[in-house]
Design a binder for this molecule. Structure first.
Ligand code: ADP
Length: 492
């Protein structure tokens, strides 16, 4: 099958969060299964060009109609760790992708509406006719809209679209300007509740809603989150739309790419290990302490970690509390995170200054992919106290590295972490971490107490729990089957 992924991120070249891992990991899995997979991305100036091989111009003078004129683009081609990628570079004063960041512009909806249109123009003009186009999140929500309202009349008549929602929080709420810019034009038609009109703001268009309405199949990234999206307010106003389109909506759990996230072959950590050589994890713990200048006088002191965005979704107040509670319980704490909100950013910079001389705590603010590998390998426990979590990759990576996850029971965390003490549905051999449900400090503390208690008092049992986590399979193998089946389904 010929599959084209159109996305705003792809690991490791353009990565902000889990979306990037999914685009890369799923593409790789499908390629291994013999499918022809291509990925189309914007050519950001801030990409990791050191991870692109053989970058060269593949298509020049791609003319993309835009308002009543056109923007010419150059399309580059290169390999990203074995995956075929096209990068679209527009030449216009808008400087859409030369901003030094991936997201955060006031005109993001225009930047990605342009990208969506340019990707379709590229397929159309270069004669590419994929069987399935897979697009992701609000940034590419206009792809199915434009495909079925415009491009199917211009050569792309036989293509099918799978649309994956990674995060309902960001839906691409915008005005009519995207219609005029992309040539969809007809305001009266699209400002309709059955099409793109936002469910709550009658004067706005909702790009994610467009993706859901027009795509042939819609997925979100875990079965439990699909249930939440249907039955709770987690879908941020799109519940009714999902209900209308429930026949084509389902949850498919993300996998992680074990060619990148595998302690047995990870080049970013000093000592490789697997479940049968888990004692070598200790050497990475030592390396982590050395790198972050943490006290190493008691090698058995546990390290609790957090890796992820610092924002409301991730339960930032509980992350903060976990840090102080770990210290209070005699553990060390390592935090690697980045905040987009100024107030949270300043808050954690203040904490960083405040805890600077504490030999048991390190706060690293910013995005650092290499350091993340060492933290997964060197820590004993990982807290993931999210308010909501569509799938979550942090806990899956932690499991693979023998780092016991302590998670809040929401979204994909429910589908992947099984409480050692209380999970009634899993045998003791399948349990792999700790789960709490409420959003208050006490709930978090009780789960941390149970994890730290096992670590301190029953180290052998803690080790057994780590091994059970390492043995669970969250590769792309099973989700690969599910997506393959879905692609086949939309083709008929
Ligand atoms: P998100 O909601 O951000 O997509 P996920 O848990 O699905 O969260 O995926 C997060 C991914 O990004 C993981 O691979 C995690 O290791 C990585 N990550 C998050 N924050 C950072 C950071 N500051 N530095 C390095 N990697 C990070």
């Amino acid at each position: 099958m010929y599959v084209v992924q159109i996305a705003s991120e792809c690991a490791p070249v353009a990565k902000v969060g889990g979306l990037a891992d999914v685009v890369y990991g799923l593409s790789r899995e499908l390629s291994i299964r013999g499918h022809n997979v291509e990925i189309i991305l914007p050519k950001y100036d801030c990409m990791r060009y050191d991870h692109i091989w053989g970058l060269h111009v593949a298509y020049e003078n791609l003319c993309v109609p835009w308002y009543d004129g056109a923007i010419y683009c150059t399309v580059f081609y290169g390999w990203v760790h074995g995956q075929q990628c096209f990068f679209i570079e527009p030449h216009s004063g808008d400087n859409f992708f030369n901003r030094g960041h991936f997201y955060g512009g006031l005109d993001d909806h225009m930047r990605f509406a342009f990208f969506s249109k340019a990707a379709l123009e590229f397929l159309q003009q270069s004669g590419k006719r994929p069987d399935v186009i897979h697009c992701h999140d609000w940034q590419t929500g206009l792809v199915p809209v434009m495909l079925f309202e415009m491009y199917k009349y211009h050569g792309l008549w036989d293509q099918r679209i799978c649309y994956t929602v990674h995060n309902f929080k960001h839906q691409g709420i915008t005005g009519a300007d995207v219609l005029w810019a992309t040539g969809l034009n007809n305001e009266g038609y699209y400002f309709n509740y059955d099409r793109l009109r936002d469910n709550f703001n009658p004067f706005a268009l909702n790009l994610m809603k467009g993706g859901i309405v027009y795509a042939n199949a819609v997925t979100t990234v875990s079965p439990h989150h699909a249930w939440e999206a249907h039955h709770t307010d987690i879908s941020c106003g799109l519940g009714h739309t999902l209900h209308r389109h429930q026949d084509k909506f389902q949850g498919i759990l993300n996998g992680i790419d074990y060619s990148i996230w595998n302690p047995d072959s990870d080049k970013n950590i000093p000592v490789q290990y697997s479940w049968d050589s888990i004692q070598d994890k200790q050497k990475n713990k030592k390396a982590l302490r050395q790198r972050l200048l943490l006290d190493d006088s008691d090698p058995n002191k546990p390290i609790v970690a957090y890796i992820g965005r610092l924002d409301d979704q991730k339960g930032v107040h509980l992350v903060h509390h976990a840090m102080y509670y770990a210290l209070e319980r005699g553990a060390q704490f390592v935090l690697l995170g980045s905040a987009t909100e100024n107030s949270i950013n300043s808050w954690f910079w203040w904490e960083k200054g405040h805890l600077n001389d504490n030999p048991n705590c390190h706060i690293e603010l910013g995005f650092n992919a290499e350091l993340a590998h060492l933290i997964y390998a060197g820590s004993d426990m990982m807290v993931v106290p999210s308010n909501y979590e569509p799938c979550g990759l942090t806990q899956l990576i932690s499991l693979k590295y023998g780092t016991v996850p302590i998670v809040r029971g929401v979204g994909g965390l429910v589908s992947t972490v099984f409480d050692r003490d209380h999970d009634q549905h899993r045998s003791t051999k399948e349990r792999n971490g700790y789960v709490f449900y409420q959003t208050d400090n006490n709930a978090l503390e009780s789960a941390m107490d149970r994890a730290l208690g096992l670590y301190y008092v029953y180290p052998e049992e803690f080790k057994q729990l780590q091994i059970q986590g390492m043995q669970s399979d969250y590769s792309w193998s099973s989700p690969g089957d599910d997506y393959e089946e879905l692609y086949n389904f939309v083709r008929v």
